[in-house]
Design a protein around this ligand. Structure first.
Ligand code: GP9
Ligand code: MN
Length: 685
């Protein structure tokens, strides 16, 4: 064996030869770890290819440092770097096993209350085979010690070392270019750590995370309690009193938040070939027991769904860039809907979503928000054909969610995030029984088909609620998170709206999404008040009679009489009943005409702009500075993330225990049987 090596592989006795051997072994090892230890979800040839090659650039760069050093030292350094790099993989394997996510520097610093209990469980989750990540190092050491590979004492040319460094940077840029072409906004929108590792690799992820953590902790460190004072002062000045005829009217009822993915207001009552796209939602919208809004706007930015969630459950705006859930969801202190409702009114709180839990960092953020349960992909049965795009098809998702809803002690707060009506609006033939629109724009035309499918799924869910008796004691909130058709499709939008062309004003109005609150006996009707996602939490809390006068919320109850109807878009533009301001242009909201302002009008518009800019920047200050750590409303206890686990087994045990203790779940009241959920989903036949 030794002879074989000596004879055949003289090149291994050169510095470059040994370096390449180290790099290749490390590359192969990383790739094996990718495939066996992480679920990165590489789909299609581009992603598979990037996953395969992505360890190379960083490995060349980092291990290449050793080439700048002489003789033995250089060999030593290669091994030391290997130990460090392998330990990074090792630590991530363990962390991922427990949290389905990669380690972040914020967590490693163990700063204050993040404590993920990692230390305690480390021994339990380590497997013997995990140490395989060190195998190549052992082999290399043996080969060197046995002199199978000889150390090359000759000085290594600086030029060559430099070439390797330059090459590694070149490869890194190429890799980033390809990744960004496949997933634009990879680093600016910060969807999911899995994505960064899948596309760029573990080292690049580490570098990006270190940069982000450093930026965050700098702003966090410079913030102080007096910043909170100015926020509170502002909120106090802008406080409105709730509507007495609605305050507390729905006290103690269960709450369903139905997140209608990418669902725009124009879809309601919209017809294609004479057929309603969403007959059930239309009925729901017009019901005398539904409070509906026809001037309700989405206010999201790059964080899309996550921005909507942030606003809905915290009444804090998303950030101008990236996703607040991803960047601040793990570390920051929150006083979100789930925590408020469970602490102040004894609610069980649960989120449901048919995608992986790491997307938008939900698995961490939801703990910070106080969600007791998060039913995500691992809780759902997955078979070929069950999923499309990001995850489970809505009909299957709702059906499988019901068996968990049955088990929640009442009252509960349950958020169900649908998925099928998401760009690119793909759906198989057997689920498509609705005509596409005929604008000729391929992205736009199938939108109504997936919206129709979502409507059918919603109809099935409503039938289930009725069957379970939940229609009587629940408030059902349904809302669209953001646009489905982006502004890049002007011509198609014009056709959909039956206009010759659309102006910027039309596009701003196109940002309306449904917002509906339904409950048995609730005095409904379509309200024309202007509002947006930021206003949902105060509205809901008032309806439930949960005190929120001392909470940090930037929205206002939509039912309040004297509320401010200026709706901020995240870029500082705004809509109001009178004026719509987009950039420097002001429109008359009633007619859509551009206005030349009189001095008096200008004063009014300036005042509104001032309001918008102030609320956005104060909300940002709360998130950037983690200001909620400085202020806890009376009767509220800071959320402790370690109270929650979203791992299937322990979470289900906890739920069983809670059910046994409280005996208020639908199942407890139904002879411990699930409600029979009816669906016409062809996959389940
Ligand atoms: C993914 C889903 C989609 O889990 O929520 O998010 P979006 O792309 O709409 O922001
Ligand atoms: Mn969305």
């Amino acid at each position: 064996m030794a002879n074989f090596f000596k004879h055949k592989t003289n090149w291994l006795n050169t510095r470059m030869g040994f370096f390449l051997l180290v790099v290749v072994l490390f590359w192969v090892k990383t790739y094996i770890a990718y495939q066996t230890e992480f679920s990165l979800g590489a789909k299609g040839s581009v992603q598979q290819f990037l996953l395969f090659i992505n360890p190379i650039p960083a490995t060349l760069l980092v291990f290449g440092i050793a080439l700048y050093f002489r003789g033995r030292l250089s060999y030593w350094l290669m091994l030391i770097i290997n130990v460090l790099e392998s330990t990074w993989i090792f630590a991530n394997i363990l962390y991922y096993r427990e949290f389905s996510d990669f380690l972040s520097f914020g967590i490693m610093k163990g700063s204050s209350d993040v404590g993920n209990n990692l230390g305690k469980s480390l021994a339990q989750i380590t497997h013997v085979y995990d140490f395989f990540v060190y195998v190549d190092i052992v082999i290399l050491i043996v080969l060197l010690v046995m002199h199978v590979i000889r150390i090359d004492p000759r000085p290594f040319k600086r030029r060559y070392a430099l070439s390797i460094t330059v090459l590694s940077f070149g490869l890194m840029f190429a890799e980033f270019g390809m990744a960004n072409a496949d997933r634009s906004g990879l680093l600016t929108r910060t969807f999911d750590n899995n994505y960064i590792v899948k596309y760029l690799g573990l080292n690049e992820y580490a570098a990006f995370n270190a940069y982000q953590t450093q930026k965050e902790s700098a702003t966090r460190a410079s913030a102080n309690a007096s910043d909170m004072k100015s926020v509170r002062k502002y909120l106090k000045q802008n406080q409105v009193s709730p509507n007495v005829s609605y305050y507390g009217k729905e006290k103690g009822k269960n709450v369903f938040i139905i997140h209608l993915e990418s669902f725009q207001q124009f879809l309601l009552d919209y017809k294609v070939d004479g057929k309603e796209v969403t007959p059930t939602l239309n009925k729901f919208y017009h019901s005398k027991n539904t409070l509906s809004y026809d001037n309700f706007y989405n206010q999201v930015a790059q964080g899309k769904t996550s921005d909507a969630e942030m606003m809905l459950e915290n009444s804090l705006f998303g950030l101008p860039q990236g996703s607040a859930m991803t960047t601040y969801g793990t570390q920051n202190t929150f006083q979100a809907a789930p925590a408020l409702l469970s602490q102040k009114a004894g609610y069980t709180t649960a989120a449901f979503h048919g995608d992986v839990p790491s997307f938008w960092n939900r698995d961490n953020t939801y703990k910070s928000w106080g969600y007791q349960y998060f039913f995500s992909s691992s809780y759902y049965t997955e078979k070929p054909g069950y999923s499309v795009g990001y995850g489970l098809k809505d009909k299957i998702f709702f059906k499988q969610s019901a068996k968990y809803i049955d088990q929640l002690p009442q009252p509960f707060y349950a958020k169900l995030i649908t998925l099928t009506n998401h760009y690119p609006y793909e759906l198989d033939k057997k689920n498509t029984d609705f005509p596409a629109t005929k604008t000729g724009d391929k992205t736009v035309d199938p939108y109504v088909q997936t919206a129709h499918y979502l409507d059918q799924a919603f109809a099935e869910f409503l039938s289930y609620l009725k069957k379970a008796g939940l229609d009587k004691n629940s408030v059902i909130v349904a809302y669209g998170d953001h646009y489905g058709i982006s502004n890049n499709h002007r011509a198609a939008i014009a056709q959909l709206l039956g206009k010759d062309k659309v102006t910027s004003f039309d596009l701003a109005q196109f940002q309306k999404v449904p917002f509906m609150i339904h409950a048995k006996g609730l005095k409904g009707g379509i309200s024309h008040t202007y509002g947006g996602e930021i206003d949902v939490l105060p509205t809901l809390l008032d309806l439930l009679g949960v005190k929120n006068t001392d909470t940090i919320q930037f929205g206002q109850d939509l039912l309040a009489k004297n509320r401010n109807q200026t709706v901020a878009f995240r870029n500082g533009n705004f809509v109001s009943p009178k004026y719509t301001k987009l950039g420097s242009t002001v429109y008359d909201t009633k007619t859509g005409k551009v206005l030349t302002l009189t001095a008096k009008q200008k004063q009014a518009v300036d005042q509104m702009q001032n309001h918008v800019t102030t609320e956005l920047s104060l909300s940002d200050r709360v998130i950037y500075g983690d200001l909620l750590r400085f202020y806890t409303p009376k009767g509220f206890t800071k959320v402790n993330k370690t109270d929650f686990t979203y791992k299937l087994k322990p979470a289900m045990e906890k739920l069983a225990e809670a059910q046994e203790k409280e005996k208020t779940s639908v199942m407890s009241k139904n002879g411990n049987k699930n409600i029979d959920y009816k669906t016409d989903a062809p996959e389940l036949k």
